[in-house]
Design a protein around this ligand. Structure first.
Ligand code: PAF
Length: 308
């Protein structure tokens, strides 16, 4: 069903006027089907940005929408918990879902359209037989423990790009490997869209915002700070070279008994390949760890050099 579709054509979102009294934020148009989405998009004139999400929105997602708002006339947000990117035994059923709360947040940041299909709409013929083959970049880091994950991510991202036909698509830097893979897919498969990465949003104490933080108990929440703490320690050691950077981060992580490290690596931000011990210049420090039963990831870009 189509909620509150405007008459044709849909005007571009008005620019914010700082002096005007605050008017209640208009709700985004909620569409559930491909046909309704096409109808709304066909009425839009000007440029369009898409922000793809799995819902359970937090300030990190809202930053993506704010940046989208700055870059395009119309902003489409997709909300879809994509079964294809969850392996059996992962948290597909438990994944937090609250569409009403998400819509209220999206109204505040000026999203125009929310596309929230159900799995039968996205995959009308069941699990797709043809999927995006993400290549070697998907076999390392997250892909080492989640071997089918990125094929599921890239397949749904490509489908959503086709369905929403954006000029620009925004993804969070928090999922750095996902961002690198989306960039690679767009380049290698000639998808006509600009991909923009948006910096990680953190809680005041440094914890990277994530929908999965909702799973953390009070003790887990405190232990989870070891991840951002390790990245801080690593930044402090950037002038001592790659080995010292990794050692400083590892020291902080192993000192926290509530954290079980999965991986900690310094990689090339584009290829995700480990950088050599004598590397200098920009490198991405990536960490994944279990905190209680929750698996968290975090990362930071470092500028490596070595004081002689
Ligand atoms: O980052 C996410 O939330 C998901 O992987 C995405 C890009 C929405 C695809 O399902």
């Amino acid at each position: 069903m189509l909620d509150a579709v405007a008459e044709t054509p849909v005007p571009a979102h008005p620019a914010a006027d700082d002096d005007a009294p605050a008017a209640p934020a208009p709700s985004p148009v909620l569409v559930r089907t491909r046909a309704d989405l096409r109808e709304v998009l066909d009425r839009q004139r000007g440029t369009r940005a898409v922000v793809m999400t799995m819902g359970a929105l937090h300030e990190g997602h809202l930053d993506l929408v704010r940046e989208a708002r700055r870059r395009a006339d119309h902003v489409v947000v997709t909300i879809f918990v994509n079964p294809l990117q969850f392996a059996p035994g992962e948290d597909l059923d438990a994944y937090p879902r609250d569409l009403e709360a998400d819509l209220a947040k999206l109204a505040e940041v000026g999203a125009d359209v929310v596309f929230a299909p159900d799995p039968e709409t996205m995959y009308p013929n069941g699990d797709p037989r043809v999927r995006v083959e993400p290549g070697p970049l998907a076999a390392v880091l997250e892909g080492a423990t989640r071997p089918t994950h990125f094929a599921g991510v890239l397949t749904v991202v490509l489908k959503l790009l086709h369905l929403t036909r954006p000029h620009v698509a925004l993804f969070g830097q928090k999922d750095a490997q996902q961002l690198a893979l989306v960039r690679a897919m767009v380049r290698d498969l000639d998808v006509d869209v600009e991909v923009v990465g948006v910096p990680i949003r953190r809680e005041p104490d440094g914890l990277a915002m994530s929908s999965r933080n909702a799973y953390l108990s009070g003790t887990d929440r405190a232990a989870a700070l070891a991840l951002s703490g390790a990245l801080d320690a690593a930044r402090g050691a950037a002038g001592a070279g790659a080995e010292q950077v990794l050692a400083a981060a590892r020291e902080r992580l192993v000192a926290e008994p509530g954290v079980r490290l999965d991986y900690l690596e310094l990689v090339d931000p584009e290829t995700m390949e480990a950088v050599p011990a004598d590397a200098s210049g920009p490198a991405l420090l990536v960490v994944a760890a279990w905190v209680g039963t929750t698996r968290l990831i975090d990362n930071t870009i470092l500028d490596l050099w070595k004081d002689e």
